[in-house]
Ligand binder design. Structure first.
Ligand code: C2E
Ligand code: CA
Ligand code: CA
Length: 555
């Protein structure tokens, strides 16, 4: 024996004693040949273990480890004892004597002797909460842990393929606004638990931020992710009550696959996020996998957002309004117009509002742009109103605009500043938003109506509104979506739907506008349907202000 070694000889028993007294973590040792474990007194006390030395402690742990984490815990231990792995690291919730669960990370190392036999197994258990790893609300691992875990998996050799999934509750902001913050918190907590329960053993869940959660699924293929997602959707469809409140919850998810969609953490996260955004933009309530096409689209929108910001800063450069006539179906005369936003980008291309309005919403530009647009519409319509005092101007507002606290204040102020006659204004809001969140909107709609401003439910028939709900909906006009006109000549359903909506609306004093009439045949087909307004390319496409003036002069 060399001198140094002689000097450093010590009793393993005393070493153990010294170590357990100098750390807040719990050091354990085990003899793999006998299956005996030794735990420090503090751990025995905390979890009510039968003693410091326990023979085959797995049954004891079964009572301590959270049922949702047991599978992972068990597998991790079996991997060691069966010789599959020689080290492990497993995170789980453990029930303290007090009944409260704490997150624990257990790491251990198996040592083998010269004959290749398992000789000693030892490791450390530590509380994770202490180290700021747990999100206090959901008790899930937090974003930093997600990031670390992802990094570790990429560096290590344990996983060949990894699914990085991000999940986000659709319109969660409105859940908070509709109910309360604390209700929103309860929903998030419940959501976390629900996902946890549905996840397969090879996956772990993290809370990223707000209502966004992350999942890492080891060695998973796309169909594994799909399977989990549809199980979760199914679960959400069954649960219609959260904390005794009725609430239909929907979620969107984006997924990027390692190594296919990125070989480093940042890229994978970014790509999973892009996939999520794509899912949101395509109508939400869906799972989307990252593709190169999504990346191209994303790059285009980044460029557009950049240009939109510039345009807004330069006093809405490139923005202007077009107006589409709305006609009286009996006389064929123009009763009013719908103002539609247009934008010419820096390359001089006209970008569709279907593309730039969602971008402006997402990047919080829509509110001010909406105010700009109203003022513009009021100014543009001045000369029409002089000649036609009953002419109506419809403007579109998105739910985000209406949700803004000062919306009504700003609207009334601009009306006043521009001296616009309120009774000539119609405010359109898309049905899918309006109806799902009628409770928030009711007050604002009623406020507008009490000042003679009319309200319209846009794109009717594409959302969730039942005909019965119309009775209690504070709107003056229902605009039937153009998809119903498209097939009217061939689809009995669509024709019947239009007739029925008109009948029902008229019994509750709601006027009906039909959008998207493109052909004479369609107009003729509808001759006997007592519609109040018709709108569509057949009567006129959206055109510049001066064109409408000309049309009115001709009439
Ligand atoms: P929307 O409110 O449903 O507007 C009607 C859309 O249908 C317009 O598209 C119009 O050009 C189109 N359209 C009208 N008649 C016909 C037809 O006969 N056939 C076909 N195929 N299409 C027809 P546009 O101008 O591209 O606007 C798209 C959407 O962008 C609008 O749908 C509206 O939701 C939104 N939008 C436009 N301007 C504004 C705005 O100022 N503020 C807000 N928040 N949204 C706006
Ligand atoms: Ca509209
Ligand atoms: Ca519409």
């Amino acid at each position: 024996m060399k001198a140094v070694e002689k000097e450093m000889k010590y009793s393993s028993e005393r070493l153990y004693e010294a170590l357990i007294q100098s750390t807040d973590d719990f050091i354990y040792v085990s003899n793999p040949k006998t299956g005996m474990f030794r735990y420090p007194p503090a751990l025995v006390e905390m979890f009510e273990l039968p003693g410091e030395v326990v023979d085959n402690p797995l049954p004891c742990w079964k009572a301590i480890v959270h049922p949702e984490d047991w599978g992972r815990f068990y597998k991790s231990n079996v991997d060691i004892t069966s010789g599959n792995l020689d080290s492990h690291s497993v995170e789980f919730r453990a029930k303290k004597r007090s009944g409260e669960y704490v997150w624990v990370r257990c790491r251990g190392q198996m040592l083998y002797d010269e004959a290749g036999e398992q000789e000693l197994f030892a490791g450390i258990m530590s509380f994770m909460g202490k180290q700021n790893k747990i999100d206090p609300l959901t008790q899930l691992l937090n974003y930093a842990e997600f990031y670390k875990a992802l990094e570790m998996r990429i560096k290590g050799s344990m996983v060949e393929q990894l699914a990085v999934i991000v999940i986000d509750i659709d319109e969660f902001r409105q859940v908070n606004e509709l109910y309360s913050r604390s209700f929103g918190d309860q929903v998030l907590k419940g959501m976390g638990q629900a996902i946890q329960a549905l996840l397969p053993a090879n996956a772990s869940l993290y809370r990223m931020e707000k209502d966004k959660m992350g999942i890492l699924m080891d060695n998973a293929a796309e169909h594994d992710v799909e399977k989990f997602y549809s199980a979760f959707q199914e679960y959400l469809m069954k649960i219609r009550e959260w904390n005794e409140q009725k609430l239909n919850m929907e979620i969107s998810a984006g997924c990027a696959m390692y190594p296919k969609d990125g070989k480093n953490v940042d890229k994978l996260l970014r790509h999973a996020d892009y996939a999520l955004q794509h899912a949101k933009a395509r109508g939400k309530n869906r799972l989307t996998f990252f593709t190169e096409k999504i990346l191209l689209e994303k790059n285009r929108s980044l460029e557009l957002v950049y240009q939109l910001r510039n345009a807004v800063e330069q006093d809405y450069r490139g923005f202007y309004l077009n107006y589409q006539p709305q006609v009286n179906p009996v006389t064929g005369k123009i009763k009013g117009v719908e103002a539609l936003m247009r934008w010419k980008n820096e390359a001089g291309q006209v970008v569709s509002p279907a593309e730039f309005i969602p971008l402006m919403e997402e990047h919080r530009m829509i509110y001010r742009a909406g105010l700009w647009m109203m003022r513009q519409a009021f100014r543009d319509s001045r000369e029409w109103l002089e000649k036609r005092p009953d002419f109506s101007i419809s403007i579109n507002i998105s739910a985000l605009q209406l949700l803004e606290e000062h919306f009504l204040e700003d609207l009334y102020r601009i009306i006043e500043e521009e001296a616009f006659p309120r009774e000539n204004l119609i405010v359109e809001l898309t049905e899918s938003y309006a109806v799902k969140n009628m409770e928030i909107f009711r007050e604002k709609f009623n406020d507008m109506r009490s000042r003679q401003i009319r309200t319209a439910l846009d794109d009717f028939g594409t959302g969730y509104c039942s005909l019965a709900a119309l009775k209690n909906t504070p709107v003056d006009i229902v605009k039937i979506d153009r998809t119903f006109v498209k097939d009217i000549l061939h689809s009995e359903f669509d024709a019947a739907f239009i007739t029925l909506v008109v009948q029902i609306c008229h019994t509750v004093n709601i006027q009906v506008c039909l959008e998207g009439v493109e052909e004479q045949a369609e107009q003729e087909f509808l001759k006997d349907t007592p519609l109040d307004y018709m709108q569509g390319y057949y009567f006129g496409r959206p055109v510049a202000q001066a064109e409408i003036t000309k049309k009115l002069e001709k009439e």
